[in-house]
Ligand binder design. Structure first.
Ligand code: G1P
Ligand code: ZN
Length: 563
């Protein structure tokens, strides 16, 4: 069938600035006339440049409200701009890790992901458009700023208004647009990803752990997809392929509003999983966020594995994963606020450990340069160089591989790990949806505080604990590969015993300001390993609150979420 494109006059809108994970706003913003069209046009122009004509892109999202409408628009705008081929997940569904996997497998020019990650969905919830480049990872700063610049001056976009493509139907559909061929390939959302996981992990070993298909092993698991995109992946991989009973997978139907919940796998928003695990029936539990890149790991009786420890345990046990037998670990990395547990593993193994700013794209450069194999963030992100996004299902398969190999429970594995390396206690306090002015004021005050040389050597006391400041700065990162410098990534106050308190404002929240306060303390006394992080870190938490005057400035007495 033949179609003609047309050029539509438009005008720039305010606020189309993409953040660290693409452009995120509330759905009604995207629904404004031409808002989505503008951003998609600028994404193609800046993201692909002179490669647009004849290019191939992957398109998919987490199934949230407004995804279908946006997918249709993307098809029409891509066709009119001369894109040659789109690989679209059936019904517009792809998890974020699956998009990264498909971009790399088919060596496309990039991809567009429709998600607002862990933020709520629905008609009044959040939506987002994210561009990933040909390496499968989030677009680097240069590209996102070029997109933003485009949105400030855009005066027209191209669209092929009559081109309607049924992307619920698997297979290839070909069209002629302005005399050029335009192909839409609708792919099964799960198949390429599953095939890849089978190459990375020993599915037989995990299948045996899970009871060889009859679910009778006594090792019961519970996976909560939180009505996000991971549902179909969990069902196919864990149930169909690995033999876990259907009852092991809950909330696995992706819903446009995530059932009204906040699809963020942490102790607050995944509380129902925590409650189930507390009953002691399951030996392992996990939850995923809306787009499937985050994960939370729990052991029997809801034993919580901090993401910082999860990363360290996986890094310490890579021999359980065939992928790393074939290509041994090159290096490890964590985001700056993530606790330093993995640093200790790296040291023991004689590997480099990088500390990068928050946001996955910083890992991608190191991976592309062959310097990094395993990395993670305290914000429930874990992954490796198999793709260029964090990967929730991968993390669960990594954990199941370790459990299958070591034949120990989750808690025992952690205890053994701490006995070897000591324990990096960690907690994060999130104050969501604060007013922006006081939050900015707090950060400003902290800036002023660290600028004063007298802060170094100063002591802070709480109860019988005294901490002496040895370093205070606003974290700055020089990328070892491209030498780019990223400044002001978080205020750090570091004490003599390596304990740290860190403050950042979130770059991904969609309303008001979200303050994140990170607290870390290292302990090498085995009698303390089993203690609750909240108890151990209480003095540092109090010091952090007092130094920042957070309660006084924001009026918030308690955080929204404690991790
Ligand atoms: C948050 C996390 C960060 C993660 C990002 C995207 O960003 O803290 O680690 O990379 O989401 O998932 P923030 O809201 O803190 O800027
Ligand atoms: Zn996410």
């Amino acid at each position: 069938m033949s179609f003609a494109s047309k050029t539509v006059p438009t005008r720039p809108f305010d606020g189309q600035k993409p953040g660290t994970s693409g452009l995120r706003k509330a759905v009604p913003v995207f629904q404004q006339t031409h808002y989505t069209e503008n951003f998609v046009q600028c994404t193609l122009s800046a993201g692909l440049g002179d490669k647009i004509v004849g290019s191939t892109l992957v398109v998919g999202g987490d199934g949230r409200f407004y995804g279908t409408e946006t997918t249709s628009l993307i098809i029409k705008i891509c066709a009119a701009n001369g894109v040659g081929k789109l690989l679209i997940g059936q019904n517009g569904i792809f998890s974020t890790p699956a998009v990264s996997c498909v971009i790399r497998k088919y060596q496309t020019n990039g991809g567009i992901i429709l998600t607002a990650s862990h933020n709520p969905g629905g008609p009044n919830g959040d939506f987002g458009i994210k561009f990933n480049t040909a390496n499968g990872g989030p677009a680097p700063e240069g590209v996102t700023s070029a997109i933003y610049e485009g949105t400030k001056t855009i005066s027209e976009y191209k669209i092929c208004p009559d081109l309607e493509v049924d992307f619920s139907k698997l297979g290839t559909q070909s069209f002629t647009v302005d005399g050029r061929q335009f192909v839409v390939d609708v792919l099964d959302s799960v198949t390429d990803y599953v095939d890849y996981m089978k190459e990375i992990f020993d599915f037989e070993a995990i299948r045996e752990l899970l009871g060889g298909g009859d679910g009778q092993s006594g090792f019961q698991i519970l996976l909560d997809a939180m009505h996000g995109v991971t549902g179909p992946y969990v069902k196919r991989i864990l149930c169909t392929e690995l033999g876990a009973p259907e009852s092991s997978a809950v909330n696995c139907t992706p819903l446009p509003d995530f059932g009204g919940h906040h699809p963020d796998p942490n102790l607050t928003y995944a509380a129902s999983l925590v409650e189930e695990l507390k009953k002691g029936k399951h030996s392992f539990g996990a939850a995923f966020d809306g787009d499937g890149d985050r994960n939370m790991i729990l052991g029997k009786n809801a034993f919580f594995v901090t993401p910082s420890d999860s990363l360290a345990v996986i890094a310490n046990n890579l021999e359980c994963i065939p992928y790393f037998k074939k290509s041994p670990a090159k290096g490890f990395a964590r985001s700056m606020p993530t606790a330093g547990a993995v640093d200790r593993v790296a040291k023991q193994k004689g590997l480099q450990c990088y500390e990068v700013p928050t946001g996955w794209k910083f890992f991608g450069n190191l991976m592309d340069a062959g310097r990094l194999s395993i990395c993670g963030e305290e914000s429930f992100g874990t992954g490796s160089d198999h793709i260029r996004e964090k990967d929730g299902i991968w993390a669960v398969l990594a954990w199941l591989s370790v459990l299958a190999d070591k034949k120990q429970g989750v808690e025992d594995i952690l205890m053994e790990h701490w006995k070897k390396y000591g324990r990096n206690f960690f907690t994060r306090y999130d104050y969501e949806n604060c007013e922006s002015a006081p939050a900015n004021q707090m950060m400003k005050n902290l800036e002023d505080l660290i600028a004063d040389p007298a802060v170094i050597g100063g002591t802070h006391c709480h109860g019988d604990k005294t901490y002496k400041v040895t370093k205070a700065d606003n974290f700055e990162y020089t990328d070892p590969i491209d030498k780019s410098v990223t400044k002001k990534q978080g205020i750090r106050i570091i004490f003599e015993d390596d304990s740290r308190i860190i403050f950042r404002l979130s770059g991904t929240g969609s309303s008001g300001a979200t303050i994140r306060m990170y607290v870390e303390g290292y302990e090498s006394n085995p009698s303390k390993y089993a203690l609750d992080a909240q108890v151990v870190l209480k003095p540092l938490v109090e010091i952090a609150l007092q130094v920042s005057q957070l309660r006084e400035l924001t009026g918030r007495q308690e955080p929204t979420v404690i991790t």
